[in-house]
Design a protein around this ligand. Structure first.
Ligand code: SAM
Ligand code: SF4
Length: 326
């Protein structure tokens, strides 16, 4: 089976595919004014997604994450999951969602072949959740997580962006939450993007500070799987749940990069903070282009840089993470 390897010896079994730029939330670090369509956006169709995933699977992709914007806003999400699931070579299909539509749809997604779920939950306090996301829907998200936990997913994980002054005092509450629950929470360090500079200056909190608190209280680092995401995951004998740390500003973050991204309009992005996209959509119009598509993906990988320029304040062409699928 083919494997993609870049000029720095990194392999890429993991694709993050954005299904839409639209979102129904207004997270203060992402889309504080809500989503506004520019003209009539045309996102990849089901057929285009099917061809795209087949092309990536041919060059070694084994795990795919469907993201956005808010992917659950796509009415054809169950059909997309089923099409991805039917693609030879694909072993894991994960979805990242803000969670508010889970109670209504998560059973259907699971039946269609979804294997893992990440739900964003920036606070365990409903009022704070509403202040951060712009929507008072904490109870629905929690209900959805509970339902999902009973559906036999390989993993149900929660994501919280660490925000100084807004949710940086919740580690004890999270530990209580994890004591008897088989879930993992990932704390994500706030990333600077093209549109959140002032917010970043105000609320950036270093993930490594939180990580030190974990180590000091007896949490231990677990080994990392080859297709795992970027989190460093910790476990503790007194707790059923696990805690992951995603620290994009840490020294070796890019060295462990194992993923590529495709935007909702079909551009390959070699890095979340890269300066350019590579259009794949022209090769998604016919099954006859399958080999040309696989060849383009493999050849463009040579352009992947060793690391992002976030330390120099270079956020690339990403205005916010909803535009590329964080
Ligand atoms: N709408 C879905 C959601 O919120 O889960 C999927 C897309 S969202 C862009 C994916 C993840 O990126 C979420 O966990 C969100 O909290 C995170 N995110 C968005 N902007 C971010 C930023 N500037 N820094 C760090 N994480 C961010
Ligand atoms: Fe929407 Fe996700 Fe961005 Fe929040 S983080 S505004 S839910 S895309």
């Amino acid at each position: 089976m083919a494997t993609l390897v870049d000029g720095f010896g990194r392999t890429f079994p993991y694709l993050r595919l954005s299904l839409t730029e639209a979102c129904n939330f207004r997270c203060s670090y992402c889309l504080p004014d809500g989503y506004r369509a520019d003209g009539r956006p045309t996102f990849l169709t089901l057929e285009e997604v099917r061809r795209l995933v087949r092309g990536f699977a041919a060059v070694g992709m084994r795990k795919i994450r469907l993201t956005g914007g808010e992917p659950s806003l796509r009415k054809d999400l169950p059909s997309i999951i089923a099409a991805v699931s039917a693609t030879p070579g694909v072993q894991k299909i994960a979805l990242t969602t803000n969670g508010c539509l889970l109670p209504r749809h998560v059973r259907l997604w699971r039946e269609a072949g979804l294997t893992a779920l990440n739900v964003s939950l920036d606070s365990l306090q409903p009022a704070r959740f509403a202040a951060i996301t712009g929507h008072d829907r904490f109870d629905e998200v929690m209900e959805g997580v509970e339902i999902a936990q009973g559906l036999g997913f390989a993993a149900v994980k929660l994501n919280a962006v660490l925000l100084r002054g807004l949710n940086d005092d919740e580690l004890p509450a999270w530990m209580d939450f994890l004591r008897d629950r088989d879930v993992a929470i990932r704390f994500i360090e706030l990333m600077r993007t093209g549109t959140n500079l002032a917010y970043f200056e105000r609320h950036h909190y270093r993930a490594e500070a939180l990580e030190q608190q974990l180590i000091d209280t007896g949490w231990m680092l677990r080994p990392r799987a080859p297709d795992a995401g970027p989190a460093r995951e910790y476990a503790h004998p007194d707790y059923r749940g696990r805690i992951g740390i995603i620290a994009p500003y840490s020294k070796d973050f890019c060295a462990g990069c194992n993923r590529l991204r495709v935007t909702a309009r079909g551009d390959l992005r070699l890095c979340l903070f890269g300066d350019f996209g590579i259009p794949l959509r022209p090769l998604l119009q016919s099954d006859d282009d399958h080999e040309a598509l696989a060849a383009r993906i493999a050849s463009q990988l040579g352009l992947k840089a060793a690391g992002h320029g976030l330390h120099q304040g270079n956020t690339g062409i990403t205005p916010h993470l909803a535009s590329i699928g964080g």
